[in-house]
Design a protein around this ligand. Structure first.
Ligand SMILES: Nc1ncnc2c1ncn2[C@@H]1O[C@H](COP(=O)(O)OP(=O)(O)OP(=O)(O)O)[C@@H](O)[C@H]1O
Length: 209
């Protein structure tokens, strides 16, 4: 992976993520309540907490895929959720799969070649996605995230399956996104090599809640 071109146009710097008094219920269980935080452009936040506490749910709420039980979320209009969903046609070679995806949901000003290079996938352009290893799939998710051109990246365990060198390279891609005015909110059990401005530690609520 490389960090992508530093000459890319800067992301609109007046975008913020503001979460106010946010509560989340899944099934009949409240996962967290009254969560408040703000992320400014060029800032990164880390969500921590044990399995099942609601980290992915928080990311999905901010992505707009779940509805808050209460509270509000103000976020940049375009948000990229990078989770375990690959969302690429597995039968197509990577480059074609990314082109197809970008034609539906990508930012036309970002080219697929740059996205592949940023995720260290250039030499796999002609390989059908279904042959990808776990780590290569993770890189493909990152390339797809990059292609959105979204200021806010919501990353759910982005280092899963990556080897040590690739985690470092992932850090460079994330740092480059921040330096272009982007925002990052990540849930990760694996330490990520970037500076986090904010850590949100989610704790299990008592069963009676
Ligand atoms: N569709 C659903 N309906 C009801 N409950 C759900 C649903 N999806 C997830 N949950 C529950 O919500 C809780 C939080 O799940 P979530 O995936 O947000 O946790 P997490 O902190 O990301 O966990 P992990 O560290 O294992 O990834 C879990 O107890 C899970 O079983």
């Amino acid at each position: 992976m490389n960090a992508g071109p530093s000459t890319s146009s800067n992301i609109n710097a007046d975008k913020r993520l503001i979460v106010e008094a946010l509560s989340c219920v899944r099934g009949d269980r409240i996962l967290f309540r009254d969560l408040n935080f703000t992320l400014e452009p060029e800032q990164a936040g880390l969500i921590t907490g044990p399995n099942g506490v609601g980290k992915s749910s928080l990311l999905r709420l901010i992505a707009g895929l779940l509805k808050p039980f209460s509270g509000s979320i103000t976020a940049p209009e375009t948000r990229a959720l990078c989770d375990d969903n690959l969302a690429l046609d597995e039968h197509l070679p990577l480059e074609k799969a990314l082109h197809f995806w970008a034609s539906l949901d990508g930012d036309a000003s970002i080219d697929v070649e740059t996205a592949m290079a940023s995720a260290g996938l250039g030499r796999l352009a002609e390989v059908p996605v279904r042959y990808f290893s776990t780590g290569q799939r993770q890189r493909a998710r990152l390339a797809r995230t990059y292609l959105t051109g979204a200021p806010l990246w919501l990353l759910d365990e982005p280092a899963n399956g990556l080897d040590t060198a690739s985690v470092e390279q992932l850090g460079q891609v994330l740092q480059n996104h921040l330096e272009r005015g982007g925002l990052i909110l990540a849930a990760s059990h694996i330490p990520l090599p970037i500076h986090f401005d904010l850590t949100l530690e989610l704790k299990p609520l008592a069963a009676a809640s």
